[in-house]
Design a binder for this molecule. Structure first.
Ligand SMILES: [Zn+2]
Length: 412
């Protein structure tokens, strides 16, 4: 036991912050008086210059009106009243307006993403899956600190948060910042009841889980923790999956991506890149193509017309630039044939036959850029990876060939 001059001292507790809450505005002064007499009795002082009062639940108009007449005192000094106050790094706003707090969170998200970028989380460097892991363990907890106290977020705030999250996930996965992502459009309905409990109710309704609350109220039964966790994860997963798919439908640039990648799970191309880090740049380029991004060098050999593009190599009118240059353009026949020869050499005969039998060239293109080997027979992982890496590197060769053609054709 700690003793000072043989006086026993129990563990020392230092309270350097104190928050007093009053449900009625008028009772606050009584509490302040109690605080004052307590501090005089125990011979310590509160710092009045650091003491702030916040009244919750008033509109700005009522606040402005009341603030003139309200007068709180501690040791006869005026206690200043503010609209919001940051307590343990969480901003609490008297009118429950979280705009500034949300702006700060978005700013923090961008700062975190850029610091991760400096560490190497960018296209062709860190694998997107490792990047996503870093974002989940560093970025999201930083941004969501204190989110238990956020309630009734407005549409603008939700949109800003969504935008920050989309920006972060694109950068972290090595995609261009403007790449289309599966977006979740939040909709604010009729006038909202504010507060934590209404928010919980809204979440239960959103994920179709309110029956569990009803059962609990009527029959006092609620699933055990592990079971409830599974139910919640399944419901949220299902909800997000359908929103994600719906969100991709009206975005033409994702027309191939949505057929190639159909579940919310790590993209197979990224998994291949993780197993084969030396080929990460080629695979990152392929991932961008699958996501509908047109490589700069592809853009250079087309000219935009009112409704489509003209290929500057073969002068055909085209709509899908990536597909034309990879699959169709006659000027690029040589590197393309080399690619197919190489791919056919890797695959067993049945799979080659299957690929050749594909009638629809869209289908063949998606099999190619998605590095999906037609599932005729089980193929070992190494063969699948080899196929994928050959596709990625062949497309890099096509890019290189275009670079040369641009010089030959004198396209500027
Ligand atoms: Zn062409």
């Amino acid at each position: 036991m700690l003793t000072v001059n043989s006086i026993p001292c129990n563990p020392v507790v230092v309270a350097d912050d104190i928050t007093i809450l009053s449900t009625r505005v008028k009772r606050l002064q009584e509490k302040l008086d109690t605080l004052e007499s307590y501090s005089c009795r125990w011979r310590f002082d509160f710092n009045t210059s650091k003491t702030i009062a916040v009244t919750f639940g008033e509109t700005t108009r009522t606040f402005n009106k009341n603030n003139v007449t309200r007068n709180w005192k501690l040791y006869n000094a005026k206690v200043e009243e503010k609209r919001s106050w940051t307590h343990v790094e969480i901003e609490l706003s008297g009118d429950f307006n979280g705009n500034d707090r949300t702006k700060n969170v978005c700013k923090k998200a961008k700062e975190t993403v850029h610091s991760l970028m400096n560490l190497g989380a960018r296209s062709g460097r860190l694998n997107p899956m490792c990047g996503a892991g870093l974002w989940k363990t560093n970025g999201i907890p930083t941004c969501l600190y204190g989110c238990e106290l956020w309630n009734t977020l407005g549409t603008t705030e939700l949109n800003n948060l969504e935008r920050a999250q989309r920006y972060a996930s694109n950068i972290i996965q090595g995609l261009g910042p403007n790449t289309r992502t599966a977006i979740y459009a939040y909709r604010q309905g009729e006038e909202r009841v504010m507060g934590f409990i209404p928010d919980v109710m809204r979440l239960l309704q959103k994920y179709n889980l309110q029956e569990f609350l009803e059962t609990y109220i009527n029959e006092q039964y609620f699933p055990r923790k592990a079971e409830w966790r599974k139910i919640v994860l399944d419901k949220i997963g299902g909800h997000q999956l359908s929103k994600w798919k719906l969100g991709m439908n009206d975005k033409p640039e994702l027309c191939h991506y949505k057929n190639i990648h159909q579940n919310i799970m790590p993209f197979t191309l990224c998994e291949t890149a993780k197993r084969n880090p030396f080929n990460r740049i080629a695979v990152a380029n392929l991932v961008n193509i699958v996501c509908g991004n047109v490589p700069d060098i592809f853009m250079k050999c087309v000219q935009e017309t009112p409704y489509s593009y003209t290929c500057q190599l073969c002068y055909k009118d085209i709509v899908d630039i990536n597909k034309h240059l990879i699959m169709e353009c006659c000027v690029l026949k040589r590197p393309r044939n080399e690619m197919w020869d190489m791919l056919y050499d890797i695959l067993p005969l049945e799979n080659v036959a299957f690929l050749n039998a594909l009638q629809d060239d869209e289908d063949l293109y998606e099999h190619l850029i998605g590095a999906k080997i037609p599932n005729v027979q089980y193929l070992p992982q190494e063969m699948q990876d080899k196929f994928c890496l050959n596709v990625a590197n062949s497309i890099m060769r096509i890019l290189f060939h275009i670079k040369i053609s641009i010089i030959e054709f004198d396209i500027v």
